[in-house]
Design a protein around this ligand. Structure first.
Ligand code: PLP
Length: 385
């Protein structure tokens, strides 16, 4: 037997690869500062953990509705309606295990072989992986450092064609931390409003931002709600990466397709984690605010320090918890530099090129780590020979 041909079209996420390499180094006694993986280093807030424990004691241990528990879907619909200034109902919400399945399921539900998908480069590697897996055509649009890692809108316009079925937006963005300005979103909406396509708006970092205003969602703009799949979840906002819970908000006709895929794969997301997620959304938000304040402080200190390393240049990001440093002036290809930083300096980080061709020349550092460890990483990088 051998693997089906389509499996070869799936790619991996380099963060998990580098983590394995780093762990192997640690097993030989080396010390590694982990700046590779994209997850908050804070514990899940205690009131959310307590809600999960209570739910287990109360017997929330059985299958639930495929689309998600009605009370959670209602809370999500109210939350999205409030924060995105739109009007959605629980009928528009699909609760799934982690946000990733929303990417997977919406693309499975929408794309035919040969359809084109326009997506950001550098970008979350799963986008291209899924597009290729489905036999659709990946159409990358470069993000420009000079525009705060937003699109060049002229290039975006050129890349849209009569075969474009999906446009993927991600703001705040992984790996650059870029936030799409409201003005750009309006122009993007004007470009796609009359086209026969959907927009997948990946807003998983929606609450982690350092700009004066919350990042805008394209769903808010006139005529866009019915064309948008809004992806968000609990992993990053509530430090719940291991709980696996996310959701999509989308038009009802698409919910039907996603529900079918859920029934065929997961049946439903875990019931007690959904009860905990309800507590996350409806309970106190102070832990989120405190986490973001800590990220802001780390961002300021870490980016300033990165700029003191010869050959490194880093503009503080507007959101997420990634510093995307331009390392072209070091004269070392970013892949080699990332390898050297791990092997020689004990600093695990990601080659920007692993996020797409236009990420070459950059290194992604996650600053979801203590200030002490971040400064230790800087010290090690400065001393590296
Ligand atoms: N979208 C982006 C841009 C991400 O960076 C991630 C996680 O790293 C996800 C989606 C997936 O989130 P989850 O862990 O909830 O599946």
């Amino acid at each position: 037997m051998k693997l089906a041909e389509r499996i070869a079209r799936l790619e991996i996420e380099s963060a998990f690869d580098v983590l394995v390499k780093a762990r192997a180094l640690e097993a030989t006694g080396r010390s590694v500062v982990h700046l590779e993986i994209g997850e908050p280093d804070f514990p899940t807030p205690p009131h959310i953990v307590d809600a999960a424990k209570l739910a287990l004691d109360q017997g929330w241990t059985r299958y639930g509705p495929t689309q998600g528990l009605p009370e959670l879907r209602e809370a999500i619909a109210a939350y999205i309606s409030r924060t995105r200034n739109v009007s959605v109902s629980e009928r528009n919400v699909c609760v799934v295990p982690g946000a990733k399945p929303i990417l997977f399921f919406s693309m499975l539900a929408l794309l035919e072989p040969g359809d084109e998908v326009v997506y950001p480069d550098p970008g979350f590697p799963i986008y291209r992986s899924m597009i290729q897996y489905l036999g659709a055509k990946p159409v990358p649009v470069p993000l420009l450092e000079s525009r705060g890692f937003s699109f060049d809108l002229n290039i975006l316009r050129d890349r849209l064609s009569s075969r474009t079925r999906l446009l993927i937006l991600n703001s705040p963005q992984n790996p650059t931390g870029g936030v799409i300005p409201g003005e750009d979103l309006r122009e993007i909406a004007a470009l796609v409003r009359d086209r026969d396509l959907m927009v997948l708006s990946d807003e998983i970092y929606s609450r982690i931002y350092y700009t004066a205003e919350a990042p805008a969602s394209i769903a808010t703009l006139p005529g866009m709600l019915e064309k948008t799949i809004l992806l968000d979840g609990f992993s990053k906002t509530y430090s719940m990466t291991g709980w696996r819970l996310g959701y999509g908000v989308m038009p009802e006709w698409l919910v039907e397709g996603v529900n079918k895929l859920m029934v065929n794969s997961n049946s439903c997301a875990a019931s007690f984690t959904q009860r905990a997620a309800l507590a996350a959304l409806t309970g106190p938000q102070i832990a989120v605010e405190q986490m973001v304040e800590q990220f802001r402080n780390r961002r300021d200190v870490f980016c300033r320090a990165l700029n003191t390393i010869p050959g490194f240049r880093c503009t503080p990001p507007g959101g997420a918890f990634y510093a995307f440093a331009n390392v072209e002036q070091t004269g070392i290809p970013s892949k080699d530099l990332a390898d050297r930083l791990l092997e020689r300096a004990g600093v695990a980080c990601l080659n920007g090129g692993s996020f797409g061709e236009h990420g070459e020349g950059y290194i992604r550092f996650s600053f979801a780590n203590s200030l002490e460890n971040l400064l230790e990483a800087i010290r090690r990088m400065k001393e590296m020979r």
